[in-house]
Design a protein. Structure first.
Length: 86
């Protein structure tokens, strides 16, 4: 389901593992940006990657469904393998 992007920011409280928070804080200091920027970018990237993985899995399932009725020989012909009579 595609969510409509919202404009602006929303303030909330999150509980994060201390290790991740420390890493994000270190990155923020190195880049001279605030912690929210780093966490927001990391979350956005993670959600984008997760969406791509989900679409890839859906496409794979569609291919499996589409080709499930073919025999091994029929699949070889579809792959462009020329079968010679024995």
């Amino acid at each position: 389901m595609m969510m409509k992007p919202t404009t602006g920011n929303r303030r909330t409280t999150l509980t994060l593992p201390a290790e991740y928070l420390e890493m994000a804080d270190r990155i923020a200091r190195e880049r001279r940006v605030n912690l929210s920027v780093v966490v927001s970018e990391a979350l956005g990237e993670g959600l984008r990657v997760r969406g791509e993985q989900r679409r890839t899995e859906e496409i794979l399932e569609l291919y499996k469904t589409a080709f499930s009725g073919f025999s091994e020989e029929e699949l070889m012909v579809l792959d462009g393998i020329v079968l010679q009579p024995e």
